[in-house]
Design a protein. Structure first.
Length: 326
């Protein structure tokens, strides 16, 4: 009974510390993004009226500051936004005339779909090229695999995206993203065409770090005793590579995959803009231009919550991969 109580206390303290860590992180992010937006020159008025702001009278500016809620102190603005965010409304978008929650409901599925496609393609390419490269380290095939990883890391996503859009539109007269966006439920084939190229761009970016991680993990595992024992028992090299080497190298690969997936959720801004996808990244970029404080703040917080959730899920996957991890 004493052992059980110690275990319960340990689990309770671990869960408490994890929740406290997550809460502190999200609170720090909320303050950071709130203050950074206020440091940027301009406000919602200049974002809405542009150069015409100079034609407004002081009385009109005062009324607009009150309407947008930026006449309050920073502390009141922060707690007003947090109250709205915690209530599930996320604030109000003055440029569109709807709540940020409504905007997010339509934009978030697009970003999640794009991030999933990019991650799946990146994992497939990264693991395949990493295994291909690690089979014969120092060989020409290893050089080719590492060259792919280097080029994928060196070429910016916006350069690759612009090149694809230019070639497909001007040379092949094919640009499905020029039409209205279709969800997978409305038109699966059109959605596939609209997501194919931006997903490929993100997949190549994800494949590079996963390839390098896979190669390093495989080379570290291939010299283990259990691998030599499997070879000694006459197990085919292919089965040894898949069942023993790759399986016992999954921890760093899963870690890198989780990090990259979280990055794609918030880092696909430029790709969404170039390919005209109505996702969260494009929503944030447009909101920054218009100084839509509530939209930017709430969107960044959603990204942060999703990233933290992915980290927790990654920890749970560790326990499935390796039962020794508690």
């Amino acid at each position: 009974m004493q052992g059980v109580s110690k275990l319960q206390r340990f689990l309770f303290s671990s869960v408490t510390l994890r929740i406290l860590s997550i809460t502190t992180t999200l609170f720090g992010i909320s303050i950071f993004v709130f203050l950074v937006l206020r440091v940027i020159p301009g406000n919602t008025i200049t974002g809405s009226f542009g150069i015409e702001t100079g034609m407004l009278t002081p009385g009109q500016i005062a009324e607009l500051r009150h309407y947008y809620g930026i006449d309050q102190s920073l502390i009141l603005q922060y707690f007003s936004w947090m109250k709205s965010f915690l209530s599930g409304q996320f604030g109000y978008s003055f440029s569109t005339g709807v709540s940020v929650m409504k905007l997010t409901k339509s934009a978030l599925p697009v970003t999640i779909e794009l991030a999933l496609i990019g991650t799946i393609l990146g994992v497939i390419m990264g693991i395949a090229i990493g295994m291909f490269s690690a089979r014969k380290p120092g060989s020409f095939r290893d050089f080719g695999g590492q060259l792919f990883g280097l080029l994928a890391l060196a070429i910016p996503g916006f350069v690759l995206s612009t090149a694809i859009v230019t070639i497909m539109a001007n040379v092949f007269r094919y640009f499905p993203n020029g039409f209205e966006y279709m969800t997978p439920w409305e038109n699966p084939w059109v959605n596939f065409q609209q997501m194919m190229f931006p997903g490929l761009v993100l997949g190549i970016a994800v494949a590079a770090p996963i390839m390098r991680t896979t190669r390093s993990a495989l080379l570290e595992t291939v010299d283990k005793d259990f691998v030599r024992t499997a070879h000694g028992k006459g197990v085919s090299p292919r089965k040894v590579q898949l069942r023993h080497v790759l399986r016992n190298s999954l921890i760093p690969i899963v870690t890198m995959t989780g990090i990259q997936f979280g990055y794609l959720l918030g880092g696909a801004v430029i790709v969404e803009k170039i390919f005209a996808l109505p996702g969260m990244g494009r929503q944030v970029l447009d909101a920054i231009t218009k100084r839509e404080y509530a939209t930017v703040q709430s969107s960044v917080m959603i990204f942060a919550i999703m990233f933290v959730t992915i980290n927790v899920c990654t920890d749970l996957i560790y326990r499935k991969i390796d039962p020794r991890i508690k």
